[in-house]
Write a protein that binds this ligand. Structure first.
Ligand code: BJW
Length: 252
């Protein structure tokens, strides 16, 4: 871990050893070492067929061209389906399934399902799940393994209307229960670990701010500086897959 700021890392380890209620908040950067592109900063998921992802992944595009939205997410699902969780995902799952902390809540902005694949449970997926379709009329949710690849858009088995990818696009509201639960847990944790997110997308980016406001210690893990860096208590500059196994699993 040559590029990591060792002093900050050592401080983070000490804080972790005294923490009971931990909230881990992840973004696209945790899946970098699995080969899933990030959105910003040249990560690779930013443009497809010459169109910026902000345009493709938008509420407006669902109205305008649902088949194109399906093509875009079928392509993305193809990329994700070939990927596996990395040491960062596994470290979180291992800590969550151990008795190291009284509670470890995992909130993610990612739609790739890699936290589940690593063995994490009760994951709060704020931006949905790329492996699911949702009915435009009755909100029925189905896994794409049940729906199949033949029909785009897929037809709802309950009401026969069209289905859309179950992801939260720009201009759309997040699932209220998921967001409320994430905010409540952020307000109640004593340590919030923010991993691999640029923290620019609202309302998910309120989570570390709420945690901090309510008195939690905030640690950021990211190879780059972000909008959040100036306001966190410790910023560990490193890759999630390298930092998390030592930080979360091994005690001081
Ligand atoms: C590593 C690493 C390694 C690299 N280890 N780290 C103006 C001001 C404020 C807000 C707005 C505004 N205009 C519009 C808005 C609102 C908008 C918004 O926030 N826009 C901002 C971009 C300005 N938000 C919304 O529209 C949201 N809805 C909403 O506000 O609703 C209001 C409403 C209420 C009631 C009714 C109706 C409406 C919805 C936002 C949904 C976002 N969805 C997306 C797309 C999902 C589908 C898809 O995948 O295509 O979610 S956007 C995209 O960004 C995706 C991500 O989850 C999200 C966050 O990105 P993330 O995870 O932070 O990734 P990156 O790429 O930004 O950063 C990666 C980081 O990893 C970097 O920092 C790297 O350094 C780091 N990294 N390698 C650790 N190895």
């Amino acid at each position: 871990m040559e590029s990591m700021n060792q002093e900050e890392f050592e401080r983070a380890k000490i804080i972790l050893s005294g923490s009971k209620k931990v909230l881990v908040f992840t973004g696209a950067g945790i899946s970098t070492e699995s080969g899933v592109p990030t959105f910003r900063g040249g990560g690779g998921a930013g443009v497809w067929r010459g169109m910026p992802f902000e345009q493709l992944s938008s509420a407006e595009m669902i109205e305008r061209d649902l088949p194109l939205v399906w093509e875009w997410f079928d392509y993305r699902r193809g990329v994700v389906s070939e990927r596996e969780p990395n040491h960062g995902h596994f470290a979180i799952a291992k800590a969550q399934n151990s008795d190291r902390f009284e509670e470890l809540i995992l909130v993610t902005q990612n739609i790739d399902g890699l936290h589940h694949a690593a063995g994490s449970h009760d994951v709060i997926e704020l931006h949905g799940n790329i492996h699911q379709a949702r009915c435009l009329s009755c909100e029925n949710l189905q896994y794409l393994t049940e729906v199949g690849e033949d029909e785009r858009p897929p037809v709802c088995s309950e009401c026969f209307d069209s289905m859309r990818p179950n992801v939260v696009l720009f201009g759309e509201a997040l699932d209220e229960d998921a967001l409320l639960k994430a905010y409540e847990k952020a307000a109640a944790c004593d340590l919030c670990i923010v991993v691999g997110t640029s923290a620019v997308v609202y309302p998910a980016n309120m989570i570390p701010k709420i945690a901090k406001r309510e008195g939690a210690f905030v640690i950021e893990i990211n190879p780059e500086e972000t909008e959040l860096t100036a306001s966190v208590d410790i910023s560990v500059r490193g890759n999630a897959a390298e930092v998390l196994p030592t930080l979360l699993v091994k005690e001081v």
